[in-house]
Design a protein around this ligand. Structure first.
Ligand code: FES
Length: 210
C-alpha cells in the first residue's frame, strides 16, 4: 500500500510563541504524492488525502527533517482521520523520561492497547528523540496542547513538559504518559509507525524496511 505524504516547513511548540506556531503549522502543512517527499507547498488543500483513504487507514508519510529538539509537528490530520503529534526531544528530556516518576499512572505502558510493542519503553517510541502520538486525549477526545518547556505553568507549578488537555485538565508527559488523578484513564495512543529514512516517518505501517 502506498503512503500519502505530509511535509512541512515549520514546526511548533516553543514556549515563547507556542500559539502562533500552532497556527503556522496548521497553515503550512502540505500534502503530496510519495515522490514529493520534502517538497513544501502550502495551501494546496486539493492535495489532502481523501477522507475515504484516511478512513481506510492508508499509511501516511510525514517529513520530519526540519523538526528541531523541543519542537512539535502537528496536530497533523493524518492517519485514519486522527490528528498526529510528532515531537523531537532533546537529550535532557530523554534522560528525564528514563527516570522513574511516581506521578505517572502507567509509566511502563502496561496497557498494551495504547502502543505497539516496540514503543513499550520509557520514551514510548522507536527512537528516543522522536515521539509520535495520536493527538486525542484519552478522556473524551479533545486535542491536548503541547507545552514542551520545563517551567511552571498555570495548571502545574511543577510542570516537566508534555501535553495538557484544556477540556478537563488531563496531563501527559513528553512520552504521552498520563499522570495520576486526572480524568484521562490512559496514556496517549502511539500509532503504528516506521522510519522510511532518518527524515521521513510512515504512520500506519510498523514493519521496518531494510
Ligand atoms: Fe481531555 Fe477531558 S477530554 S481531559
Amino acid at each position: 500500500m502506498s503512503a500519502e505524504t505530509f511535509s512541512t516547513d515549520d514546526a511548533g511548540g516553543q514556549p515563547d510563541n507556542r500559539q502562533r506556531r500552532y497556527f503556522l503549522i496548521g497553515a503550512n502543512v502540505a500534502i503530496g504524492a510519495v515522490a514529493a517527499v520534502g517538497a513544501a507547498v502550502p495551501f494546496v488543500y486539493s492535495w489532502l488525502p481523501s477522507a475515504k483513504a484516511r478512513a481506510a487507514g492508508a499509511p501516511v508519510s510525514i517529513d520530519i527533517s526540519k523538526l528541531r529538539p523541543g519542537e512539535m509537528l502537528g496536530p497533523i490530520p493524518a492517519w485514519r482521520g486522527k490528528p498526529v503529534f510528532v515531537v523531537m526531544r532533546d537529550e535532557a528530556t530523554v534522560k528525564r523520561l528514563e527516570q522513574s516518576d511516581p506521578n505517572l499512572a502507567d509509566p511502563d505502558s502496561q496497557n498494551q492497547d495504547m502502543q505497539p510493542e516496540y514503543a513499550r519503553n520509557a520514551w514510548r517510541s522507536r527512537r528516543p528523540e522522536i515521539g509520535i502520538y495520536l493527538g486525542l486525549c484519552t478522556h473524551l477526545g479533545c486535542s491536548p496542547k503541547y507545552y514542551g518547556a520545563v517551567q511552571p505553568e498555570d495548571f502545574d507549578e511543577n510542570w516537566r513538559g508534555g501535553f495538557f488537555c484544556p477540556c478537563h485538565g488531563s496531563r501527559f508527559d513528553l512520552a504521552g504518559r498520563v499522570v495520576k488523578a486526572v480524568p484521562a484513564p490512559d496514556n496517549l495512543e502511539v500509532p503504528p509507525h516506521r522510519f522510511a529514512s532518518p527524515g521521513v516517518v510512515v504512520i500506519g505501517e510498523d514493519e521496518e524496511i531494510a
